[in-house]
Design a protein around this ligand. Structure first.
Ligand code: NI
Length: 256
């Protein structure tokens, strides 16, 4: 399984990170993308990727944290993004649920980071919460045929899913698909071809049932795979095979 979105730099792994991570390969996890969310966690992601062959990194600043950015910080991201195992810019986007950063700043830095990804020919990992139309409009404004990426923790309607898929984006499906109230997301997974889906944890957040509320990690992807297989009437092995291949394609990485 390819966990296309995890935060193993998070403090909740401080006590067991170095015992826990090497063991993932024995538990069916072949690849992990450790996702940056600010400058510090982007550096931490690169360090994890240097330490573990199966971990790759993205660098980027989450909408929550763009309020702290200064003019020169895009240059810092550019330097980081050129490190060898950095394969994406993210997570970037808009979050109008919490509004931790003013919306005009969220949009400004989202566009700046999309432009950086475009310049470096890297895919983007998009975080969008309660900001559906603004996110889509910004992506469309910058769209070109080289643009690719993942809509992380996809939570919009089937119509919006189709818009992103038609532009070549992948939808990130995680623990939420196992929740009882996931009707809208189930409809998306039912109707969007598996060729456009990737699996992700957002570890340590968003644990699937039956581990909801506990610290999440990549081994919980088995519950996500099981649910996708059930919805689509496919074998679990096939879901793993195709979603792994999709993740490798979007990030341009080889299998281990
Ligand atoms: Ni995340």
């Amino acid at each position: 399984m390819f966990d296309t979105h995890a935060h193993y730099n998070d403090g909740r792994f401080n006590n067991d990170r170095d015992e826990f991570l090497p063991d993932l390969k024995n538990k069916g996890i072949s690849l992990v993308l450790n996702c940056g969310a600010d400058l510090k966690s982007s550096i931490a992601s690169i360090e994890l990727a240097k330490k573990y062959d199966f971990i790759y990194a993205s660098v980027g600043v989450h909408p929550h944290d763009v309020k702290d950015l200064k003019d020169g910080d895009i240059e810092k991201l550019r330097v980081m993004a050129k490190e060898s195992k950095v394969v994406a810019i993210g997570e970037i986007g808009l979050d109008y649920h919490y509004d931790y950063s003013p919306r005009d700043l969220q949009k400004f830095w989202f566009e700046k980071q999309i432009a950086l990804a475009d310049e470096l020919k890297l895919p983007i990992i998009i975080h969008s919460r309660e900001a559906c139309m603004d996110t889509l409009n910004i992506v469309k404004k910058h769209y070109n045929t080289n643009m690719r990426g993942i809509i992380h923790a996809f939570s919009e309607s089937l119509d919006i899913a189709k818009e992103y898929v038609n532009m070549g984006f992948y939808l990130g499906i995680g623990g939420v698909i196992t929740f009882k109230n996931a009707k809208k997301l189930v409809e998306v997974v039912e109707n969007i071809d598996i060729e456009h889906l990737v699996i992700e944890t957002d570890a340590p957040y968003l644990s699937p049932e039956p581990n909801r509320g506990k610290r999440n990690d990549s081994t919980n992807l088995v519950y996500v795979v099981k649910k996708i297989a059930e919805i689509k009437g496919m074998g679990e092995d096939e879901v793993v095979k195709v979603t792994t291949k999709n993740g490798m394609r979007v990030f341009g990485v080889d299998g281990m």
